[in-house]
Design a protein around this ligand. Sequence first.
Ligand code: HEM
Length: 377
Amino acid sequence: MTEAPHVDVDPFAATSRGIDEPAPDRAALRAAGPIVQVDAPAGGRAWIVTDDAVARQVLADPRLVKDPAQAPPTWDRRTAGLERTAAEQPSLTTLDGPAHARLRRAHAPLLTGKRIREQSDRIHEIARDLLTASAGAAEVDLAADFTTRYPITVLLDLLGVPLDRVDRATEACRLMLGTDPADQGAAISALMDLGAAGLDSGQRGLAVELRERVPPETTADEVNYHLFALIFAGQLTTDASLGFLLARALADGPGGTPDDELVRATLRRYPPAPFTLWRYTTTEVEFAGVRLPAGAPVLVDIQGINAHGGADLSFGAGPHFCIGAQLAQLELRAAVAVLRADFPDARLTVPFGELRQSGVGGIQGTRLTALPVALRG
Ligand code: HEM
């Protein structure tokens, strides 16, 4: 067994770069081995998996857990962006093993391909209405409003949250994109209120259905948190993907790459979750001949692995595979389809190569800084 080599780069640095520029450092990480060590943002070492096959093993291995209680005790929870522990805040992203599987079973039927396809017309309608509302202006920055407003509208509509909440929810999502902790705190509480609104609206949306399906000991606060978690996990990811996708669709022109192929290629090239969430080894483990000590914080480099043509890991793998993958892909396909069908003359008002992406760093991805478009040509 060998130790993972330490690589002296910072893949967690904030970044601002052109749309065509690859994420820095990924090639150096991969070149150093299938598992490498780097300095973790919250101190100490982190282990990053750069190899496709090892990633799949790691993501399916019960000796690695997500419960933040297992994070290095020296980590500052805010710097590390950790949720509360599974005991304090049971959720899909903090629970492991049978408790996680039980909660997954409660969620899964709500977001299957079949359930989501039943919403297809409605999702297309939301995309069409929002794009049409912006089409009057000679030029519109789709990354300033549309890419945020469209996915939050779809989520609220599905959950049964009254749509008069959309403006405030969109504003909260925008605040979450920044770095000010006070703004983020305000945004999170605004998003937490949305779940409650879905439960009290008198509509039978997915919020009410989820409440009926969770294990009987689940408290009202926990149900609210599960709803918040769906919104939180689904929003920033889809927002970021939409920007890259629409930029590519516009650069491609009508009659270009088919919608579903473009969605797949965009997710692979610009995965909005460039890393998985943190996992921690509960015991010493070995993968590909490399030793990881007990208590090691581990990430999978989704972006680096995707870039090298391995199986696409954009939505993760194993028991924590993205539960919203069907919804996200339908939303993305619907946005391209509507753009192409209803706005055939739409064009970027700057050359594609001049578009820029930026990100706050940590394990978060990048987003276009602007997407200026003339929707009517
Ligand atoms: C393009 C859009 C999206 C991408 C790329 C994405 C990506 C991911 C990835 C990589 C994971 C696994 C993280 C890990 O294993 O550590 C994940 C989990 C998750 N995603 Fe998504 N996601 C997207 C959209 C959504 C949407 C729309 C929803 C909800 C409606 C959602 C809800 C979740 C939840 C709840 C989890 C945690 C699942 C679990 O731990 O069991 N995601 N997502």
